[in-house]
Design a protein around this ligand. Structure first.
Ligand code: SAH
Length: 220
């Protein structure tokens, strides 16, 4: 892995800068988001065979029938969480390869991430350690239960789409917390931003999206 972290060097920095210009054109404007997207190498999160495609604006396979989210959606969700506030303590559901986790970790106080597929969770944990990102707690579990031991959270991000928002996630939000989550069945999902107010929840629909389904139970 070490050689991959150093390997692409300037090439990866240049392609990453191109990815960031594209994100700007797509409407991402938060300087903090653009800066971390320029900084975190994306190619080390995908298979070596796909490395040259890592900065394209597309989802790519990461094994176990799952995909790394496209750069635009990672940036968009992070920007939605950050608007006029700081991330604080974050709960992420669906670690996948850990790319979104790394982005969040650079902007948050602490990230707690839950993944239902054990080998994905372990690989992401090892990779983030190598990238010297050490403010992340990992859990192999069904994220439909959240991670109650560390609740309440200031921010929640889900990278898989449930048919309805799990009650446990709403319960684990602090007052003032924001959750960004895709909701709906395949082919008709929408990205929601839910804010917890003193007296209830404010639900905004942002845009149509395509995510892998939020599945229950765990896989070894
Ligand atoms: N941001 C990640 C997205 C991976 S795809 C990345 O860029 O790599 C979504 C992930 O959510 C998959 O790894 C899938 O296994 C996981 N997932 C789906 N349902 C889940 C659940 N109920 N609990 C935890 N993880 C879940």
């Amino acid at each position: 892995m070490k050689h991959r972290l150093q390997g692409m060097g300037m090439t990866s920095r240049r392609t990453r800068d191109r990815m960031v210009s594209r994100l700007r054109q797509q409407g991402i404007s938060d300087p903090k988001v653009l800066a971390v997207m320029a900084d975190i190498p994306r190619h080390v999160f995908v298979d070596e065979a796909l490395e040259s495609r890592a900065y394209e604006d597309t989802a790519l396979p990461i094994g176990h029938n799952q995909t790394i989210s496209q750069p635009y959606i990672v940036a968009k969700m992070t920007e939605l969480l950050l608007e006029k506030r700081s991330l604080g303590r974050v709960l992420e559901i669906g670690t996948g390869c850990g790319y979104q986790t790394a982005i969040l970790a650079r902007l948050a106080e602490q990230v707690y991430t839950v993944e239902r597929i054990a080998p994905l969770m372990k690989k992401a944990r090892d990779l983030l350690w190598e990238l010297d990102i050490k403010t992340v707690g990992f859990k192999h579990s069904d994220g439909g239960w959240g991670w109650p031991e560390h609740a309440p959270y200031d921010s929640i991000l889900a990278a898989a789409a449930p048919a309805e928002i799990p009650e446990a996630l709403l319960q684990q939000m602090a007052v003032g917390a924001v959750m960004v989550i895709p909701v709906g069945r395949e082919g008709m999902q929408e990205l929601h931003r839910v804010t917890r107010a003193e007296d209830g929840f404010i639900d905004e629909v942002i845009e149509r999206v395509t995510f892998v389904p939020f599945l229950s139970g765990v896989s070894q």
